[in-house]
Design a protein around this ligand. Sequence first.
Ligand SMILES: CSC[C@H]1O[C@H](OP(=O)(O)O)[C@H](O)[C@@H]1O
Ligand SMILES: Nc1ncnc2[nH]cnc12
Length: 325
Amino acid sequence: MTGPSARSNTTAVPPYEIDLAIIGGTGFYHLDNNPDLKQVLKFVETIHETTTPWGKTSSPVTVYKTVTTGKYIGFLSRHGLHHEYSPTTVPYGANMALLKHLKVKAVVAFSSVGSLKEELKPGDFVIPDQLIDRTKGVRQSSYFNETGLVGHVSFGNPFCKELGQFLHALGKEIDNHEVHYNGTLICMEGPQFSTRAESLMYKSWGSEISVINMSCVPESKLARELELPYQMVCMVTDYDSWRLEEHPVTIDEIKKTLQKNNDNAFKIVCKIVTSLDQNGSPEFMANNPYKGHTQSSISTKPTRDPKHINEQKIKELNYIFPEWV
Ligand SMILES: CSC[C@H]1O[C@H](OP(=O)(O)O)[C@H](O)[C@@H]1O
Ligand SMILES: Nc1ncnc2[nH]cnc12
Protein backbone atom coordinates (compact mmCIF):
# COMPACT_ATOMS: atom_id res chain seq x y z
CA MET A 1 0.00 0.00 0.00
CA THR A 2 2.98 2.33 -0.34
CA GLY A 3 4.24 4.86 -2.86
CA PRO A 4 2.80 7.77 -4.70
CA SER A 5 0.98 5.66 -7.31
CA ALA A 6 -2.23 5.57 -5.30
CA ARG A 7 -2.07 9.37 -5.20
CA SER A 8 -1.44 10.17 -8.84
CA ASN A 9 -3.99 12.67 -10.17
CA THR A 10 -5.21 13.30 -6.66
CA THR A 11 -4.85 16.27 -4.33
CA ALA A 12 -1.34 17.06 -3.16
CA VAL A 13 -0.97 17.50 0.59
CA PRO A 14 -0.21 21.15 1.48
CA PRO A 15 2.76 21.91 3.75
CA TYR A 16 0.43 22.39 6.75
CA GLU A 17 -2.27 20.39 8.50
CA ILE A 18 -5.84 21.67 8.70
CA ASP A 19 -6.91 21.81 12.32
CA LEU A 20 -10.65 22.13 11.85
CA ALA A 21 -12.96 21.64 8.88
CA ILE A 22 -16.31 23.38 8.55
CA ILE A 23 -18.88 21.87 6.19
CA GLY A 24 -21.55 24.31 5.08
CA GLY A 25 -24.97 23.07 4.01
CA THR A 26 -28.06 24.64 2.45
CA GLY A 27 -27.74 28.44 2.50
CA PHE A 28 -24.16 28.32 3.85
CA TYR A 29 -21.77 28.23 0.89
CA HIS A 30 -18.69 30.17 2.06
CA LEU A 31 -17.02 31.90 4.98
CA ASP A 32 -16.21 35.10 3.08
CA ASN A 33 -17.68 38.56 3.41
CA ASN A 34 -18.48 38.35 7.10
CA PRO A 35 -16.92 41.34 8.91
CA ASP A 36 -16.62 39.56 12.28
CA LEU A 37 -14.93 36.53 10.73
CA LYS A 38 -12.52 38.79 8.86
CA GLN A 39 -11.28 40.02 12.24
CA VAL A 40 -10.30 36.53 13.38
CA LEU A 41 -9.50 34.59 10.18
CA LYS A 42 -7.14 35.39 7.32
CA PHE A 43 -7.52 33.78 3.89
CA VAL A 44 -4.66 31.41 2.99
CA GLU A 45 -5.61 29.70 -0.27
CA THR A 46 -8.32 27.85 -2.14
CA ILE A 47 -7.53 24.23 -2.93
CA HIS A 48 -9.15 23.75 -6.34
CA GLU A 49 -7.62 20.40 -7.24
CA THR A 50 -9.85 18.16 -5.18
CA THR A 51 -9.88 14.85 -7.04
CA THR A 52 -9.72 11.86 -4.71
CA PRO A 53 -9.87 8.10 -5.38
CA TRP A 54 -13.61 8.51 -4.66
CA GLY A 55 -14.06 11.23 -7.28
CA LYS A 56 -14.14 15.01 -7.06
CA THR A 57 -15.43 16.83 -4.01
CA SER A 58 -18.56 18.98 -4.21
CA SER A 59 -16.52 22.20 -3.86
CA PRO A 60 -12.99 23.49 -3.49
CA VAL A 61 -11.66 23.73 0.05
CA THR A 62 -10.99 27.29 1.18
CA VAL A 63 -8.27 27.51 3.80
CA TYR A 64 -7.96 30.25 6.42
CA LYS A 65 -5.60 30.85 9.32
CA THR A 66 -6.60 32.09 12.77
CA VAL A 67 -5.00 35.48 13.36
CA THR A 68 -3.38 34.86 16.74
CA THR A 69 -2.04 31.32 16.84
CA GLY A 70 -2.14 30.45 13.14
CA LYS A 71 -4.44 27.43 13.28
CA TYR A 72 -5.71 26.30 9.89
CA ILE A 73 -9.46 26.20 9.21
CA GLY A 74 -10.85 24.63 6.02
CA PHE A 75 -14.30 25.23 4.54
CA LEU A 76 -16.15 22.95 2.12
CA SER A 77 -19.64 23.47 0.68
CA ARG A 78 -21.62 20.21 0.86
CA HIS A 79 -23.96 20.93 -2.04
CA GLY A 80 -21.39 22.77 -4.18
CA LEU A 81 -20.77 26.51 -4.40
CA HIS A 82 -24.00 27.01 -6.36
CA HIS A 83 -26.02 24.19 -4.75
CA GLU A 84 -25.60 21.75 -7.64
CA TYR A 85 -25.67 18.49 -5.65
CA SER A 86 -28.84 17.09 -4.11
CA PRO A 87 -28.59 15.31 -0.74
CA THR A 88 -28.61 12.01 -2.66
CA THR A 89 -25.86 13.00 -5.14
CA VAL A 90 -23.44 14.85 -2.83
CA PRO A 91 -20.02 13.15 -3.27
CA TYR A 92 -19.77 12.38 0.44
CA GLY A 93 -16.97 9.83 -0.05
CA ALA A 94 -14.75 12.34 -1.86
CA ASN A 95 -15.58 15.20 0.52
CA MET A 96 -14.73 13.32 3.68
CA ALA A 97 -11.71 11.56 2.15
CA LEU A 98 -10.20 14.91 1.14
CA LEU A 99 -10.68 16.32 4.63
CA LYS A 100 -8.90 13.31 6.12
CA HIS A 101 -6.16 13.58 3.50
CA LEU A 102 -5.67 17.23 4.53
CA LYS A 103 -5.18 15.88 8.07
CA VAL A 104 -8.11 17.72 9.66
CA LYS A 105 -8.51 17.02 13.35
CA ALA A 106 -12.25 17.63 13.70
CA VAL A 107 -15.28 18.35 11.53
CA VAL A 108 -18.16 20.71 12.34
CA ALA A 109 -20.98 20.13 9.84
CA PHE A 110 -23.83 22.63 9.54
CA SER A 111 -27.25 21.52 8.30
CA SER A 112 -30.70 23.01 7.78
CA VAL A 113 -33.32 20.82 9.43
CA GLY A 114 -37.04 20.50 10.01
CA SER A 115 -38.31 20.47 13.59
CA LEU A 116 -40.29 17.52 14.93
CA LYS A 117 -41.01 19.24 18.27
CA GLU A 118 -43.05 22.31 19.10
CA GLU A 119 -40.30 23.79 21.31
CA LEU A 120 -37.62 23.58 18.58
CA LYS A 121 -38.50 26.73 16.66
CA PRO A 122 -37.29 27.96 13.27
CA GLY A 123 -34.10 29.90 14.03
CA ASP A 124 -33.08 27.62 16.93
CA PHE A 125 -30.02 25.37 16.69
CA VAL A 126 -29.89 21.75 17.89
CA ILE A 127 -26.75 19.76 18.64
CA PRO A 128 -28.03 16.18 18.32
CA ASP A 129 -26.45 13.21 20.08
CA GLN A 130 -28.30 10.47 18.18
CA LEU A 131 -29.22 9.61 14.62
CA ILE A 132 -31.75 7.42 12.81
CA ASP A 133 -30.81 6.48 9.27
CA ARG A 134 -33.84 6.65 6.95
CA THR A 135 -31.82 6.91 3.73
CA LYS A 136 -32.57 4.17 1.25
CA GLY A 137 -29.22 2.45 0.78
CA VAL A 138 -28.43 4.29 -2.46
CA ARG A 139 -25.54 6.26 -0.95
CA GLN A 140 -22.09 4.66 -0.57
CA SER A 141 -21.49 4.58 3.16
CA SER A 142 -18.17 2.73 3.59
CA TYR A 143 -14.63 3.08 2.29
CA PHE A 144 -14.29 -0.73 2.40
CA ASN A 145 -16.87 -1.47 -0.29
CA GLU A 146 -15.24 -3.53 -3.06
CA THR A 147 -11.86 -3.72 -1.31
CA GLY A 148 -12.37 -7.26 -0.01
CA LEU A 149 -11.84 -5.95 3.52
CA VAL A 150 -14.74 -5.91 5.95
CA GLY A 151 -14.76 -3.30 8.70
CA HIS A 152 -17.46 -2.72 11.31
CA VAL A 153 -16.75 0.52 13.16
CA SER A 154 -18.63 1.35 16.32
CA PHE A 155 -21.36 3.94 15.59
CA GLY A 156 -23.59 3.67 18.68
CA ASN A 157 -22.76 7.28 19.47
CA PRO A 158 -22.65 8.80 16.00
CA PHE A 159 -21.39 12.22 17.08
CA CYS A 160 -18.32 13.23 19.06
CA LYS A 161 -19.64 14.05 22.55
CA GLU A 162 -16.72 16.31 23.49
CA LEU A 163 -17.04 18.29 20.25
CA GLY A 164 -20.81 18.57 20.81
CA GLN A 165 -20.25 19.92 24.33
CA PHE A 166 -17.65 22.36 23.05
CA LEU A 167 -20.06 23.69 20.41
CA HIS A 168 -22.98 23.87 22.82
CA ALA A 169 -20.96 25.92 25.31
CA LEU A 170 -19.97 28.37 22.57
CA GLY A 171 -23.46 28.50 21.05
CA LYS A 172 -25.00 29.38 24.42
CA GLU A 173 -22.95 32.59 24.48
CA ILE A 174 -24.82 34.01 21.48
CA ASP A 175 -27.44 36.56 22.57
CA ASN A 176 -31.11 35.99 21.72
CA HIS A 177 -30.43 32.59 20.28
CA GLU A 178 -31.41 29.13 21.54
CA VAL A 179 -29.04 26.21 21.13
CA HIS A 180 -30.56 22.93 22.31
CA TYR A 181 -28.32 20.09 23.41
CA ASN A 182 -29.01 16.42 22.63
CA GLY A 183 -31.90 14.82 20.78
CA THR A 184 -32.28 12.50 17.84
CA LEU A 185 -31.81 13.57 14.24
CA ILE A 186 -33.61 11.62 11.52
CA CYS A 187 -31.83 11.55 8.18
CA MET A 188 -34.24 10.78 5.32
CA GLU A 189 -33.46 10.15 1.66
CA GLY A 190 -35.21 13.03 -0.10
CA PRO A 191 -34.93 15.12 -2.09
CA GLN A 192 -38.73 15.32 -1.71
CA PHE A 193 -39.88 16.25 1.79
CA SER A 194 -41.73 13.75 4.02
CA THR A 195 -45.42 13.05 3.70
CA ARG A 196 -47.63 14.08 6.60
CA ALA A 197 -47.93 10.40 7.54
CA GLU A 198 -44.15 9.98 7.68
CA SER A 199 -43.73 13.17 9.66
CA LEU A 200 -46.37 12.07 12.19
CA MET A 201 -44.81 8.59 12.37
CA TYR A 202 -41.41 10.08 13.27
CA LYS A 203 -43.02 12.17 16.01
CA SER A 204 -44.76 9.09 17.37
CA TRP A 205 -41.38 7.41 17.88
CA GLY A 206 -40.93 9.37 21.09
CA SER A 207 -39.79 12.42 22.90
CA GLU A 208 -36.15 12.09 21.86
CA ILE A 209 -37.05 12.57 18.18
CA SER A 210 -36.07 16.17 17.50
CA VAL A 211 -35.14 17.16 13.96
CA ILE A 212 -35.02 15.86 10.38
CA ASN A 213 -32.68 16.44 7.44
CA MET A 214 -31.31 14.63 4.37
CA SER A 215 -27.54 14.91 4.70
CA CYS A 216 -26.15 13.40 7.89
CA VAL A 217 -25.85 9.95 6.29
CA PRO A 218 -23.37 8.87 5.06
CA GLU A 219 -21.34 11.97 6.02
CA SER A 220 -21.24 11.03 9.72
CA LYS A 221 -20.62 7.32 9.02
CA LEU A 222 -17.70 8.09 6.74
CA ALA A 223 -16.30 10.54 9.31
CA ARG A 224 -16.34 7.73 11.86
CA GLU A 225 -14.58 5.30 9.49
CA LEU A 226 -12.00 8.03 8.94
CA GLU A 227 -11.62 8.37 12.73
CA LEU A 228 -12.61 12.05 12.56
CA PRO A 229 -14.35 13.70 15.53
CA TYR A 230 -17.59 14.91 13.88
CA GLN A 231 -20.59 16.89 15.07
CA MET A 232 -23.55 18.15 13.10
CA VAL A 233 -25.02 21.53 14.07
CA CYS A 234 -28.69 21.52 13.07
CA MET A 235 -30.28 24.86 12.19
CA VAL A 236 -34.07 24.71 12.33
CA THR A 237 -35.86 26.19 9.31
CA ASP A 238 -39.41 24.73 9.54
CA TYR A 239 -41.87 22.42 11.30
CA ASP A 240 -41.76 19.72 8.61
CA SER A 241 -45.26 18.38 7.85
CA TRP A 242 -46.78 17.16 11.13
CA ARG A 243 -48.73 20.28 12.12
CA LEU A 244 -52.10 19.47 10.59
CA GLU A 245 -53.43 22.99 11.05
CA GLU A 246 -50.64 24.32 8.82
CA HIS A 247 -49.48 23.56 5.30
CA PRO A 248 -46.71 20.95 4.88
CA VAL A 249 -43.15 22.30 4.60
CA THR A 250 -42.18 24.10 1.38
CA ILE A 251 -38.85 25.44 0.20
CA ASP A 252 -40.24 29.00 0.27
CA GLU A 253 -40.86 28.66 3.98
CA ILE A 254 -37.35 27.32 4.54
CA LYS A 255 -35.79 30.23 2.66
CA LYS A 256 -37.32 32.70 5.14
CA THR A 257 -35.03 31.48 7.95
CA LEU A 258 -31.84 30.70 6.01
CA GLN A 259 -30.28 34.18 6.35
CA LYS A 260 -30.87 34.40 10.10
CA ASN A 261 -29.47 30.88 10.58
CA ASN A 262 -26.47 31.67 8.40
CA ASP A 263 -25.74 34.77 10.54
CA ASN A 264 -25.81 32.65 13.69
CA ALA A 265 -23.66 29.96 12.05
CA PHE A 266 -21.06 32.68 11.35
CA LYS A 267 -21.26 33.70 15.00
CA ILE A 268 -20.56 30.13 16.14
CA VAL A 269 -17.63 29.83 13.72
CA CYS A 270 -16.29 33.12 15.10
CA LYS A 271 -16.54 31.76 18.63
CA ILE A 272 -14.82 28.51 17.66
CA VAL A 273 -11.94 30.42 16.10
CA THR A 274 -11.60 32.75 19.08
CA SER A 275 -11.66 29.79 21.48
CA LEU A 276 -8.96 27.95 19.51
CA ASP A 277 -6.81 31.08 19.57
CA GLN A 278 -7.34 31.84 23.25
CA ASN A 279 -7.55 28.37 24.81
CA GLY A 280 -5.64 26.19 22.33
CA SER A 281 -6.94 22.96 20.81
CA PRO A 282 -9.48 21.08 22.92
CA GLU A 283 -8.56 17.55 23.99
CA PHE A 284 -10.53 15.82 21.18
CA MET A 285 -8.41 17.72 18.64
CA ALA A 286 -5.09 17.30 20.43
CA ASN A 287 -5.61 13.58 21.15
CA ASN A 288 -7.99 11.96 18.70
CA PRO A 289 -10.35 9.67 20.70
CA TYR A 290 -11.05 7.51 17.61
CA LYS A 291 -7.45 6.89 16.61
CA GLY A 292 -6.82 3.28 15.60
CA HIS A 293 -10.49 2.25 15.93
CA THR A 294 -11.03 1.61 12.24
CA GLN A 295 -7.99 -0.55 11.67
CA SER A 296 -8.93 -2.67 14.68
CA SER A 297 -12.51 -2.99 13.37
CA ILE A 298 -11.41 -5.00 10.35
CA SER A 299 -12.69 -8.55 10.52
CA THR A 300 -10.96 -9.87 7.40
CA LYS A 301 -8.19 -12.26 8.38
CA PRO A 302 -4.59 -12.01 7.12
CA THR A 303 -5.12 -15.60 5.84
CA ARG A 304 -7.64 -14.20 3.32
CA ASP A 305 -7.74 -15.69 -0.14
CA PRO A 306 -6.14 -13.14 -2.54
CA LYS A 307 -8.95 -13.68 -5.03
CA HIS A 308 -11.31 -11.90 -2.64
CA ILE A 309 -9.00 -8.89 -2.36
CA ASN A 310 -9.01 -5.94 -4.75
CA GLU A 311 -5.41 -4.70 -4.56
CA GLN A 312 -6.13 -1.49 -6.48
CA LYS A 313 -8.96 -0.54 -4.14
CA ILE A 314 -6.81 -1.35 -1.11
CA LYS A 315 -4.06 0.90 -2.51
CA GLU A 316 -6.58 3.72 -2.67
CA LEU A 317 -7.05 3.44 1.10
CA ASN A 318 -3.53 4.86 1.38
CA TYR A 319 -5.03 8.26 0.54
CA ILE A 320 -7.03 8.22 3.78
CA PHE A 321 -5.04 5.84 5.98
CA PRO A 322 -1.37 6.54 5.16
CA GLU A 323 -0.47 5.28 8.65
CA TRP A 324 -1.53 1.73 7.68
CA VAL A 325 1.48 1.33 5.35
C1 LIG B 1 -33.31 22.91 1.18
S1 LIG B 1 -34.22 21.98 2.30
C2 LIG B 1 -33.59 20.31 2.27
C3 LIG B 1 -32.09 20.21 2.29
O1 LIG B 1 -31.62 21.10 3.32
C4 LIG B 1 -30.76 20.38 4.15
O2 LIG B 1 -29.46 20.46 3.57
P1 LIG B 1 -28.14 20.52 4.45
O3 LIG B 1 -28.23 19.42 5.45
O4 LIG B 1 -27.01 20.34 3.52
O5 LIG B 1 -28.14 21.89 5.10
C5 LIG B 1 -31.34 18.97 4.12
O6 LIG B 1 -30.45 18.00 4.62
C6 LIG B 1 -31.68 18.82 2.69
O7 LIG B 1 -30.56 18.40 1.94
N1 LIG C 1 -38.47 19.40 6.86
C1 LIG C 1 -37.29 18.99 6.41
N2 LIG C 1 -37.10 17.70 6.05
C2 LIG C 1 -35.90 17.28 5.62
N3 LIG C 1 -34.84 18.08 5.48
C3 LIG C 1 -34.99 19.37 5.81
N4 LIG C 1 -34.13 20.40 5.77
C4 LIG C 1 -34.78 21.49 6.20
N5 LIG C 1 -36.06 21.20 6.52
C5 LIG C 1 -36.21 19.88 6.27
